[in-house]
Design a protein around this ligand. Sequence first.
Ligand SMILES: CC(C)(COP(=O)(O)OP(=O)(O)OC[C@H]1O[C@@H](n2cnc3c(N)ncnc32)[C@H](O)[C@@H]1OP(=O)(O)O)[C@@H](O)C(=O)NCCC(=O)NCCS
Length: 314
Amino acid sequence: MEILDLRHFSSLDLRPLLEDETGVWSRLLCWDYTGSADMILRYVDAKILPGYAAVDRGRVFGYSFFVYEGSKGVIGDLFVANGSRLLDPHAVESRLLTHVIETLQQSPGIHRVEAQLLVHEAGVVSRPFVEQGFQRHARLFMVLPLGNTPRPPVALYQDIEIRRWSEQDYQSAAATITTAYRGHVDSEINDQYRTLSGSLRFLNNIVRFPGCGTFDPESSFVAVHKRARTLVGLILCSRVRHDVGHVTQVCVLPEYRSHRIGEALMETTAENLRQRKFSLLSLTVTEANTRAVQLYFRLGFDTKRVFDAFVWEG
Ligand SMILES: CC(C)(COP(=O)(O)OP(=O)(O)OC[C@H]1O[C@@H](n2cnc3c(N)ncnc32)[C@H](O)[C@@H]1OP(=O)(O)O)[C@@H](O)C(=O)NCCC(=O)NCCS
């Protein structure tokens, strides 16, 4: 088995592996990965995707890639096919990760590396990260079956209204995200939340690019203070399968918390999806964010998986 630069390969070499991976995302996360897989294969053919492939007798059976975002490296994916003649796929995962981590840590100008590997159960691929000085945060992948019984809307203070997301909310949404995550564990995991320009980049990735499913404006909402006409909270939802929504962002300004605005935003999105015959709503949340976790449990979400987020600052 050899570990080789991903850019030696084409979509022909990687397609069977990505088909396997698409099956795993569907089974474990109810997530249609075909759009992401096609995008990865296009980048592979363009020879612009940095990463490594695990190769056995000419066959690619594992890969990991990363992207550069300014002075940050983000590990985008890691997948090793199971069921081959290999004894230990985890050993191959470790070797791929070790190559990726070393490359990123030695890249000039890279001072931070982030990774969130959703399909890998917490702890399973953590060794190479921990050995290289990464911090590890447990995160939950939670799901709510939507059913078809409508739920009554949550009563809110009359000052607050919930209306559908619009393109004009971009700037104020970025400001709300930055304020909502000040000093929050999630801004240790994702440093985009720390600045206005970072939050705008985050929004851009969610709303304009198909990185995390396809943004669904119909089930995305903002909470607005009617008199002040300011945004006090928001929820963004993407479509990750024809009948599955995924909350990519929900937050409320600190001074407006504990008034059920978070609950109302979640219920509004769930109800919109229910009416459109979606079957499931999913989200990810940091385990240490107990307030949010409690809210999701109360709304009926269940933890389907626990995975790790890793962060290194050099
Ligand atoms: C998580 C977050 C969105 C919740 O927003 P919120 O408007 O405060 O949420 P709610 O008021 O609906 O629910 C939380 C509180 O209301 C209470 N509550 C909500 N619904 C309730 C219900 N049906 N019955 C009784 N109590 C309820 C809860 O007990 C909780 O109480 P607490 O304030 O004492 O902790 C907000 O805390 C936030 O923006 N946090 C930072 C960003 C973040 O963590 N986002 C989630 C990332 S996954």
